[in-house]
Design a protein around this ligand. Structure first.
Ligand SMILES: Nc1ncnc2c1ncn2[C@@H]1O[C@H](COP(=O)(O)OP(=O)(O)O)[C@@H](O)[C@H]1O
Ligand SMILES: [Mg+2]
Length: 224
């Protein structure tokens, strides 16, 4: 199964959530790969530090993306695509190839506007793929009492994309984890709030898919 993290905006948490998603799946025993299509290479470098057993590939062009994704899908349960900021060729290719498209946004009016473009590109991919990928908006960097965060929570369901019920708050540990070459879900005691939020989010987004996999593979062992 291919999952892509995309958005026309940079800085919304695509790479952060992509690396956490790949590590989360690997830690549940799934054969996982990360395809980094952003020239900044944030997620591929970070992923190699977090877990060398997760296969990491990079892509510079839409063609490379398509070839790598298809090759990785043949030998992995999950391929996580980290798209660049913008919804041009590379992102569109990842979207067309994926089964689940996750669009993180943070509480800013600029991010909210970017969702409208994302929705258009998602519909384009769904027309080509006969309904896939499934799209989800994920509210990231949320502030518990922030005015814009509250507004975003209320308004997000009107943006034309299904909104994940579980949100991720703005927590410093998300900046600390890459500095330590790890993910917050592996910093169990120090980062339990962030880890709880990620567990809730990924269970919500991927729970049904995991079940499908454990049915076909007969269940897998939990790493670590
Ligand atoms: N929930 C969060 N709380 C605090 N900081 C976050 C959170 N998610 C991401 N960040 C930080 O925001 C910045 C941009 O995140 P990144 O994942 O690189 O975004 P993108 O890939 O969309 O450009 C990084 O410094 C990252 O550590
Ligand atoms: Mg990124």
């Amino acid at each position: 199964m291919m999952i892509v993290f995309a958005n026309s905006k940079g800085g919304v948490g695509k790479s952060t959530l992509a690396v956490h998603c790949a590590a989360w799946l690997y830690d549940r025993g799934f054969k996982t790969a990360l395809l980094d299509a952003d020239k900044q290479r944030s997620s591929s470098v970070w992923m190699c530090e977090v877990e060398p057993q997760v296969t990491v590939r990079t892509a510079n062009t839409a063609e490379e993306c398509a070839v790598s994704a298809q090759e990785l899908l043949r030998s992995h349960d999950f391929v996580i695509g980290d798209a660049p900021g913008g919804l041009e060729d590379l992102s569109r290719t990842l979207l067309i190839l994926s089964d689940l498209a996750i669009f993180p946004i943070s509480p800013s009016i600029l991010d909210v506007r970017s969702v409208l473009t994302a929705t258009d590109v998602l519909r384009y991919a769904q027309t080509i793929r006969n309904g896939l990928p499934e799209g989800r908006l994920v509210l990231n960097k949320m502030k518990t009492r922030g005015r814009i965060s509250t507004q975003l929570r209320d308004e997000a369901p009107k943006l034309g994309l299904k909104v994940a019920h579980n949100v991720i708050r703005s927590l410093e540990i998300f900046c600390d984890a890459p500095q330590q070459g790890t993910v917050v879900t592996r910093l169990r005691h120090k980062a339990s709030r962030a880890a709880d939020e990620l567990n809730a989010l990924f269970n919500e987004l991927l729970g049904d898919h995991l079940e499908k996999y454990s049915q076909t593979t007969g269940g897998k062992e939990l790493h670590g």
